[in-house]
Design a protein around this ligand. Structure first.
Ligand code: NAD
Ligand code: IPM
Ligand code: MN
Length: 353
């Protein structure tokens, strides 16, 4: 029997509400499968924690997390704590500190999910966005000079290292090769005359090693347009940190909404634990009402199961999500229903066999 040690950081707003349902699903799986057990450890790190302790996580927080098999995170950020503090001191600290340089965000229109686009089928929206997750526009390099003075100057520098750029592009090529899919690089070399010209150059270089993979290259503005007008162009997509952030909210919008968008922050070398979380934030506008859609957090559970090599359970969870959506009987308000967060979690867990 394998015992998976999972660190749970529920975080803020709807984070705890949706994670409770993901945990419900994992517990159901361990109930059904004598080979699997999940051992959860809960960490209270959040904005509430910050207001009590003056920090988002313990000073040795990464040390406390480093031996877990995975981290399951809800969402971070709440009014009362500046977003750049809450996110840089917790979520981004983990992504960077654990070198989770691959962010896998499927944009897949499941059967029964509402689609904001006209005349598209399930087959038309089925892509995997591979977002660079450790540097780029999120490197945190910069300065704030003469703060508050008339001559104030702010610098926010993108950092694209050879190692960082090459490894994410190579990772994407490997997936495209394995899955026999096309690979699209999304960049902006016409305006970002250093970073994105470099990105394109590295993409073209690495492509030479993968003659079997069909590639495309789009400027990010055009790519955003094609996400809406012709999403079937995209299969595997690789892009930078900030572009990936923006495009995956857009992707969520065309594939059923943020309540359905999942993400995995992967350290492929497995030196550090990987982290699984919904794409959405803490949604202060609906927090505490019990109406948040837990399916994104539950889809992230499916990604965690894939990461653990439990493909059968990963598929079962995704199929259960699809069946909940197709029936349309137990869905939350964002999907046109009246069910509560925990009713959706119960219905999903009951579908697993
Ligand atoms: P958000 O994703 O929290 O919410 C955007 C909109 O989508 C809101 O109207 C919200 O109600 C809705 N929504 C999101 N998730 C939903 C769900 N599961 N079910 C139903 N509706 C859902 O983005 P925001 O409002 O820009 O940010 C709120 C806070 O979250 C900020 O502090 C932000 O920095 C933070 N944030 C954190 C993460 C993270 O921890 N990974 C991600 C994004 C934003
Ligand atoms: C996401 C979020 C984060 C990001 C924020 C909260 C720092 O928007 O996970 O998409 O931009 O990566
Ligand atoms: Mn985002």
């Amino acid at each position: 029997m394998k015992n998976y040690k999972v660190a749970v950081i529920k975080g803020d707003g709807i984070g705890p509400e949706v994670l409770n349902e993901g945990i419900k699903v994992l517990n159901k799986i361990s109930e059904l499968d004598p080979e699997i057990n999940f051992d959860f450890s809960f960490f209270p790190w959040s904005c509430e924690y910050y207001l009590k302790h003056g920090k988002m996580m313990d000073d040795n927080g990464l040390d406390q997390l480093k031996d877990f098999d995975a981290i399951y995170l809800g969402a971070v950020g709440f009014p009362g704590v500046p977003d750049h503090i809450s996110l840089w001191d917790l979520l981004l600290k983990i992504r960077k500190g654990f070198d989770q340089y691959v962010n896998l965000r499927p944009i897949k229109l499941l059967q029964g999910a509402p689609c904001a686009l006209k005349n598209v089928t399930k087959e038309d929206i089925d892509m995997l966005v591979i977002r660079e997750n450790s540097e780029g526009e999120y490197a945190g390099a910069g300065d704030w000079l003469f703060k508050g003075k008339a001559e104030e100057v702010v610098l926010q520098t993108g950092v694209f290292s050879r190692k960082g750029t090459e490894r994410i592009i190579r990772y994407a090529f490997e997936i495209a090769r394995k899955e026999k899919k096309t690979l699209t690089s999304i960049s902006k070399g016409n305006a970002l005359n250093y970073s994105m010209v470099f990105w394109d150059e590295v993409f073209n270089e690495v492509a030479l090693e993968y003659p079997d993979v069909i590639t495309y290259s789009y400027l990010v503005d055009a790519a955003a347009m094609f996400f809406i007008k012709d999403p079937k162009r995209f299969q595997i997509v690789v892009t930078s940190n900030l572009f990936g952030d923006i495009l995956t909210d857009l992707g969520a919008a065309i594939a059923g909404g943020l309540g359905l968008a999942a993400g995995a922050n992967i350290n492929p070398e497995k030196i550090y634990p990987s982290m699984f979380e919904p794409v959405h934030g803490s949604a202060p506008d609906i927090a505490g009402k019990g109406i948040a859609n837990p399916l994104a957090a539950i889809w992230s559970v499916s990604q965690m199961l894939t990461y653990f090599g439990k493909d059968m359970w990963a598929d079962k969870v995704l199929n259960a999500i699809e069946s909940i959506l197709s029936e349309g009987l137990t869905v939350t308000k964002d999907l046109g229903g009246t069910s509560t967060t925990s009713e959706v979690g119960d219905a999903l867990a009951n579908k697993l066999k």
